[in-house]
Design a protein around this ligand. Structure first.
Ligand code: ACM
Ligand code: ZN
Length: 750
């Protein structure tokens, strides 16, 4: 309410005739995150190169704001505005920063007015001015004419915590890239950088008291024998913290404990429960070797590490990890068991809670608070801890009900290491599927909370785990545009959010991002199915839903380029053809290339079989096979009949392959699409044609194949490999494209 009244006052104080109130943005105002209030107007202001910049007396940090503004305008437009503060209020061709002395204004609130007289940014603090600058920079056209649309904006964020996380342990990134990451966050008014600095696969922060942490812990030997790693010196860290603070971004360091600590144990093995030596991990996962909770030396070590950490990071919060700590070594360790007995702890979860609470108590004496992943709820929450809810929102809800602050980062909406589109062509990711729209539709405050409890939700954060991001280019690709969607989730009023409107505004941002040399995901054309078998001819429709962009394609197997044919209507394919198609955005950004195979075949002839039994025959073949070519069919361990396409439950071996054979009964003439979703290799053949060959390792890969079938019985053969112990094998397949037909004993025979 306060905002609207103030806004009306603000507006009424200005020349009103050219302004029209509207809830929509016009073509030229495409700010992300969408401001709380915008009034657009017809017309625009033309700033000249010698624009005067004026600050009212009390604006703190004016030199930094001035320098940032001029540098950014120069980078975007090439125009060099003199980095000079004007002594007296200019009449026109001006940018004015005016401090508001009003307790009703929030620290991050700002107003931006562009009218015939110039630009006016008002705020109470540096943060507000900085966000006013960010909105202004999104209004500046990317050419040498500083023509800025008339507009009035009054704006403040919905949540105080607007975070981005980056894992620099699985892969290491340069100081320059960390600055670029911070710049990207700043563009979209994100204010907290969660820097994940220690892991099993690398310790990345110099600690002077424990030099081996970086001499040994920062380096791993990869499977091919090469050495990989790196770390940030304390000077580099100070430089980054300062760089971030000049962009009003707080850096929260994460020092993982008690788990994910193999790199530290490689340097100081005496901190583990088990005697022995450790090597910095070169695989991804969760490891049993963790800090010993029974040894006093563990706490001494961690406290000394944190003493240096808090000298480097002024942040009120220190993130202490707390996630994914297996209890196996504590269960066997006499010292850990002794600690449990002495402290009256009933199980290892309570021992973890003891561990975290000791670290909290220590940090509180230094006037710092802890944040931990939601596992810190288990065994009892430390009294003043803030919880980062990552395994869904339940942990966050539980913590808020216990009156603890919460940051929402559920895997479902906030994990930017997930796929953002069809994993058939997207670069290998850790798994999952978190589309731009899904991020956009995230609601950080769960409906389970009442008004009082909801106050504990400080905001949300995206997590960028880098197992499958080995270059900065790939990090950007996974981040953009999803960061823009999240920025709007945490900044804009809930009622201002509108997916189609966001998508429209986003179209203007690709050019801006490209100007900043930031790589971005552009959606490749979708064409239904990647492998198609047809008789006479087939149609292939293509579409791109996320961006307004051209679809280009080739039919001769070559990669598309800017001269390739532009798609206008469904392609009619009459012969065996490879379609290659790609999205070209006017920003210059391109999508990945999609390859679609269209194979012309003779109609399949239905087999006539007299005696039929229900189900398919299967054979289990012993061995560990990493792909389908390796399967040898010699050593059959077991055979029988299945009524579902699933591994039988009673197999004790961990690794094996399965061959399934029989007939598929088709009752209705149609074009059928077969789906396969699996972790390990799978091949599906119908009537002797390989419809799907899914050899995706490491990722949950979906494959589809399409074939036309008349009524009748068709031979089917499926080979499935099991080579990952944890794999939840989901091999569902065969459905009519439009109405799913489950495959079961009614249509499988042998
Ligand atoms: C996490 O993703 N392990 C917090
Ligand atoms: Zn122990």
């Amino acid at each position: 309410m306060r905002t609207s009244i103030l806004f009306l006052l603000l507006v009424s104080a200005q020349v009103m005739n050219s302004f029209t109130s509207t809830a929509q943005t016009s073509n030229s105002v495409n700010i992300i995150p969408k401001p709380s209030r915008i009034i657009n107007a017809k017309g625009s202001l033309l700033l000249k190169e010698d624009v005067k910049i004026f600050f009212s007396n009390e604006v703190e940090g004016k030199e930094i704001l001035l320098s940032y503004l001029c540098d950014q305008i120069n980078q975007l437009t090439g125009v060099e505005i003199p980095k000079k503060i004007t002594g007296k209020l200019p009449a026109s061709n001006k940018i004015i920063f005016k401090k508001v002395n009003d307790n009703n204004w929030g620290e991050e609130e700002y107003s931006l007015i562009v009218d015939v007289t110039g630009v006016l940014i008002e705020a109470k603090s540096g943060k507000g001015f900085f966000y006013g600058i960010q909105s202004l920079l999104q209004l500046v056209p990317l050419n040498t004419e500083l023509k800025i649309p008339y507009v009035k904006i009054l704006d403040e964020p919905r949540y105080p915590y607007r975070g981005m996380h980056l894992d620099v342990c699985r892969h290491f990134f340069s100081v320059d890239f960390i600055k670029k990451y911070i710049d990207l966050m700043a563009m979209y008014k994100m204010n907290t950088f969660h820097w994940h600095l220690t892991e099993d696969q690398g310790w990345r922060i110099e600690i002077k008291k424990y030099p081996k942490l970086t001499e040994i812990g920062a380096w791993r030997i990869e499977k091919d024998g090469s050495k990989y790693g790196g770390f940030y010196t304390q000077d580099q860290i100070k430089e980054i913290v300062k760089y971030a603070s000049e962009r009003f971004i707080t850096v929260i360091p994460e020092i993982e404990l008690p788990g994910h600590s193999v790199a530290a144990l490689a340097a100081y093995p005496e901190l583990a429960c088990n005697q022995g030596t450790f090597e910095v991990e070169n695989e991804w996962g969760v490891f049993d070797d963790v800090y010993c909770a029974g040894k006093e030396t563990t706490f001494e070590f961690l406290q000394n590490v944190l003493l240096e950490v808090i000298e480097l990071f002024p942040s009120k919060y220190i993130h202490i990890g707390g996630d994914e700590c297996p209890k196996a070594s504590w269960e066997k360790c006499p010292l850990c068991q002794k600690r449990m007995k002495e402290e009256g702890l009933k199980d290892e979860h309570e021992l973890q809670s003891y561990f975290i609470q000791r670290m909290e108590k220590f940090l509180l004496t230094k006037d710092r608070k802890i944040i931990g992943w939601d596992e810190i709820l288990e065994g009892g929450l430390a009294p003043e801890a803030t919880v980062m809810s990552w395994r869904g929102t339940a942990g966050g809800i539980q913590a808020a009900k216990q009156k603890h602050d919460v940051i929402m980062t559920p895997g479902s909406h906030c994990y930017f290491d997930h796929y953002q589109d069809d994993n058939y062509i997207e670069p290998t990711a850790i798994g999952g599927f978190t589309s731009l729209q899904k991020v956009y539709e995230f609601e950080p405050t769960p409906s389970e909370l009442n008004e009082d409890e909801a106050k504990y939700i400080l905001g949300a954060q995206a997590n960028v785990w880098t197992e499958y991001m080995n270059t900065s280019d790939r990090v950007e690709y996974m981040l953009v545009p999803r960061i823009c969607a999240l920025a709007e989730v945490v900044w804009s009023p809930k009622g201002q959010r509108n997916w189609n409107d966001f998508k429209d505004r986003m179209n203007h941002h690709y050019e801006l991002l490209h100007k900043h040399e930031i790589n971005s995901f552009i959606q490749a054309p979708h064409g239904g199915v990647n492998k198609n078998f047809f008789f006479d001819q087939m149609e292939m429709p293509l579409e791109v839903k996320l961006q307004d962009a051209e679809i280009r394609y080739t039919l001769d197997g070559s990669n598309p380029d800017v001269n390739s044919k532009i798609y206008t209507k469904p392609l009619v394919i009459e012969n065996t053809t490879t379609i290659k198609t790609q999205t070209f955005h006017e920003s210059g950004l391109k999508s990945k290339i999609r390859t679609i195979e269209c194979v012309k075949i003779s109609p399949l002839v239905s087999d006539t079989i007299s005696e039929l039994s229900e189900g398919l025959k299967y054979k289990i073949i012993k061995g560990k096979f990493s792909n389908l070519d390796e399967v040898t069919y010699d050593e059959v361990m077991q055979c029988g009949v299945l009524d579902k396409i699933k591994f039988p439950k009673d197999i004790e071996e961990e690794y094996y392959a399965m061959e399934i054979t029989g007939y598929l009964k088709i009752d209705k003439k149609a074009t059928y699409t077969f789906f396969n979703y699996a972790v390990d290799p799978v091949q599906i053949s119908i009537g002797g044609h390989v419809i799907i060959s899914n050899e995706g390792l490491n990722a949950r890969q979906e494959r589809r194949g399409r074939i036309h079938l008349d009524e009748g019985m068709y031979p089917v053969r499926i080979v499935m490999v099991k080579n990952t112990p944890y794999a939840n094998q989901q091999v569902s397949w065969c459905s009519n494209y439009f109405d799913q037909i489950p495959i079961n004993s009614e249509n499988l025979f042998h």
